[in-house]
Design a protein around this ligand. Structure first.
Ligand SMILES: Cc1ncc(COP(=O)(O)O)c(C=O)c1O
Length: 435
């Protein structure tokens, strides 16, 4: 694939960056101050972008306002964790009630088993579940459990897969990854993946995979690919771990259930904590039961805040009071409509839309995107230009072209977003064409 680049693209990008800087003097100053005490002024890498990152002052419903007073419609939905929006009443009330009963109790509390019950009833793969503070931790625990249970060292993961800050398998792998041996699979390539799994069968503790790759670009697995991974994992005596930190929102019982695949273990995170810090891992009783602390040979699983009352209360309120099956179905249908509309307006410029339900990717490649490799030729400057142009028009998505709808995003917002993307692409037609 070739991408036609003109010097005009660099010029357009320079101008867009300058406009961003000129309109955000407070954001610029606060970024400089942050840089004095934090590397790059940042404590969460994904939020960094040039010229300096957007700094939110506050948010409500589906809106955020930055420190310079610019208001945006939030189409990013906190990378799927913000499913309930920024100010859901039921969640705010539940957090207030929990606050009133006191923080940091250093004891089991009245919430944790209720949230666990809701999750076990919701996701068929979960016979037992444990909580963590993040999706990263959930995956580290699930992988570590698989290694302990099988006595084997390696995990199989997709090239480009993201399972947390210590489990990233793009760009040749991260130097700060947890030191697990990794067997790399080409997502949606059944022959090559099967061969890799069979070649490493006796070393494999687990296959760790997302049913729809989120951070890698919203890429859905072919159903037969996921089934093949499940079969091969089983044949190898390894566990299948479905990372549903993002995808559990794609159906009332998660994406794995929608695919008809029941993993040995699954991991959860994001919105299931009601918008507060959260992660969970769970699955087969015989595996998870090894964490039972009353057993003489119990595996340890620690975490001061694993059962923190604010997250537990918010998670329960979200599932009991807000997210019924109809609301979830409507959210995912709205996402499907958005994806189709974006594909229609972007394809004339050589762009494409990807994803499933309320998780949407918008890419400067013609598509279809079936694996992270299909995005290798994308010109990152095009992503940045679209991102900055959308910000100027009051719309916020991830710089990498990721959109996750919250329940607060309505049909009008979807229409408005599609119209503004169409406008930007038309206005920039000279420079944004990817082919
Ligand atoms: C699929 C997947 N797994 C794990 C994680 C890590 O979750 P957390 O950011 O809560 O550590 C993420 C975060 O984006 C994710 O998308």
């Amino acid at each position: 694939m070739t991408i036609s680049l003109t010097p005009a693209l660099d010029e357009a990008l320079d101008q867009a960056r300058q406009r961003y800087v000129d309109r955000r003097p407070v954001g610029a100053r606060m970024h400089d101050e942050a840089c004095e005490v934090m590397p790059g002024g940042n404590t969460r890498t994904v939020l960094h972008h040039a010229p300096f990152p957007l700094r939110a002052a506050r948010g409500w419903a589906n809106r955020i306002v930055d420190v310079d007073g610019w208001e945006y419609v939030d189409m990013l939905g906190e990378y799927t964790a913000g499913l309930y929006g920024h100010s859901n009443d039921a969640i705010r009330d539940a957090v207030r009630r929990a606050l009133d009963d006191g923080l940091s109790l250093a004891a089991h509390n009245t919430y944790e088993a209720r949230l666990a019950r809701l999750l076990v009833d919701r996701f068929p793969a979960l016979e037992l579940v444990r909580f963590t503070n993040s999706g990263t931790e959930a995956n580290l625990m699930a992988v570590s459990l698989a290694r302990a249970a099988t006595g084997r060292p390696a995990i199989a993961v997709a090239v480009g897969g993201y399972h947390g800050g210590l489990l990233y398998f793009g760009g040749g792998g991260s130097p700060v990854n947890a030191p697990f041996e990794a067997v790399l699979l080409d997502y949606n390539d059944p022959e090559a993946s099967r061969a890799a799994l069979r070649a490493n069968a006796d070393r494999l503790a687990a296959v760790l995979i997302e049913p729809v790759m989120g951070s890698a670009g919203c890429i859905r697995a072919d159903p037969s690919y996921l089934t093949m991974l499940a079969d091969e994992a089983r044949a190898a005596g390894a566990l299948l771990i479905l990372d549903e930190v993002m995808t559990s929102r794609l159906g009332p019982h998660g994406a794995g259930a929608a695919y008809g695949v029941t993993p040995d273990l699954m991991t959860l995170g994001k919105y299931l904590g009601g918008g507060l810090t959260f992660g969970a891992f769970g699955g087969r009783r015989d595996l998870m039961g090894r964490f039972d602390p009353s057993r003489a040979d119990a595996l340890p699983h620690a975490g001061t805040f694993n059962n923190n009352v604010l997250t537990m209360a918010a998670g329960i309120a979200g599932l009991v009071e807000v997210l019924d099956d109809d609301a979830l179905a409507a959210l995912n249908a709205r996402g499907d409509r958005l994806r189709m509309a974006l594909q229609a307006v972007a394809s004339p410029y050589g762009w494409c839309a990807s994803g499933a339900g309320s998780m949407v990717g918008l890419h400067p490649v013609p598509g279809p995107v079936r694996s992270p490799r299909d995005l290798a030729g994308a010109d990152d400057r095009l992503r940045e230009l679209l991102f900055l142009d959308l910000l100027e028009r009051g719309w916020y998505m991830a710089r990498r072209g990721f959109i996750a709808l919250s329940l607060e995003v309505g049909d009008d917002d979807v229409d408005g977003f599609v119209a503004v993307v169409a406008d930007v692409l038309a206005e920039r037609a000279e420079v944004v064409r990817a082919n």
